[in-house]
Design a protein around this ligand. Sequence first.
Ligand SMILES: Cc1cc2nc3c(=O)[nH]c(=O)nc-3n(C[C@H](O)[C@H](O)[C@H](O)COP(=O)(O)O)c2cc1C
Length: 509
Amino acid sequence: MTETTLGSHMTRRTFVSVGALVSGSVVFAGLAGCGTADAENSEEPSQSKTVENTPEKVPTVYFVHAVDSEALQAIYKAIAKHLTGKDIAVKLSTGEPGGHYFLNPRLIAPLVQAVNGVIVECNTAYGGRRSSTESHYQVATEHGFTEIAPFQILDEESFISLPVENGFHLNEDLVGAHFFDYDGYLVLSHFKGHTMAGFGGALKNISIGLASREGKYLIHSAGATSQSWRSAATRDFLESMADACKAVTTACSNMIYINIMNNLSVDCNCDSHPAEPKMADIGILASTDPVALDQACVDLIYASDDNNADLIERMESRDGMHVLEAAEELGVGSRTYELVEITTEETPAQSNKAVVFFSATGHTEPIAGFVSQAVGADLLRIEAQKPYSEEDLNYHDRSTRATSEQDAVDVRPAIAGELPNISGYDVIYLGHPIWWGKVPRILLTFAESVSLAGKTVTTFCTSGSSDIGSSADELAAVSDPSATWVHGKRFAIGTDYDVVAQWARELGL
Ligand SMILES: Cc1cc2nc3c(=O)[nH]c(=O)nc-3n(C[C@H](O)[C@H](O)[C@H](O)COP(=O)(O)O)c2cc1C
């Protein structure tokens, strides 16, 4: 991963030069818990403190031109060390049914899984299927989010009040009651226009997006009521959004922000019929400062020479930039920032370690995520070309698929799609369930098909009770003899992060 400091066309902002990239791998520094400042690690100003606009203190906004999963993971790694803890919430918008510009689950899946995140959302305040918990869960499933990660509606039962100090209009922000269930938040926002706020990015995601229905009423009415929909004057509404941002970032400083600038419609994902985008995708941006991040996105819209007139008109006609002014005034963050470009072309692997795993019923998957987090490894999944059905896995009947595969010596079930590309990694952690005391045959397909030459490989598994046994020996027997195999470990189903992380770190690979 390489980086360049930009600044040529953006004369309104302050840019300073930087040294080497802060981090090339995922680092989870410990269990800080939501609301515990990560001051030791923080290079950028905390979003909950007033930011002085001096060159030394300006926050960094990282930018990558591409919009794909690899770029998303690369940019995440630039700020990953600022997100600590094991229970990570990924806040995004599930998108109003009918619309189709919400974040694509396939795009974000590798990142969400790498942080072992739970996708979180809150119910909407207007009508529609996302306004009630039950149908909102259905929408999340229909839109593909529940397939890639656990999902929770933070205000599914109720809301809690967060205080707003010295706010413009609000003295409290009402957020989903599960807000504090998480150690930290990865705020993943689709940047686009918005019919009321002018644009939607990180600030909108943590204000309106984290507010319960009552909280949304409160923000929209600029503090007048939490019981029904009432619209305040535009500037008052935007200032109330800033108030809510202040409440959230004060309550939880363990938050990092990524904005994806694709499908740049003038309309939001809360619109069931958003206007077609006229601009091409711009890229992905990330920061620990949500004000700097949204400001950088706005600046990139202005700097674009690609049909940006409609989106600029949408932002300006709604006085959209006022939320940035208000949030900066409250000390949520800084409108002055340093933009650092990250390029990924020459870096097929960001880490020299990869966790490659197969999980038929979902027990090995979280363990794989824990290993990935603990050692900063990329997470690669093996899936069967023909997925294993419940009946296939029924081990009470020896004639069913998984069991008969285990009984046969030479069966090699096909892997779906392309084989995981492990060429850039030196260390491989192979994760799998135990089937009839052995490694599932599909892991042998993998070990035979890729080159493990010169790599260090260890294994881990989950099982009902059996130990890891000779799984590694079986794998070693069919793979390149120059690989070094390190004895692996069996974990009980549901083993905690700390236990897995301790094993992975103590291996010292
Ligand atoms: C076909 C089959 C055979 C299994 N054989 C064993 C076994 O021999 N010993 C054991 O402890 N658990 C056994 N299990 C249980 C799995 O190892 C356990 O549920 C594991 O955590 C599944 O991981 P996964 O959810 O990631 O697929 C078996 C499960 C299946 C489906």
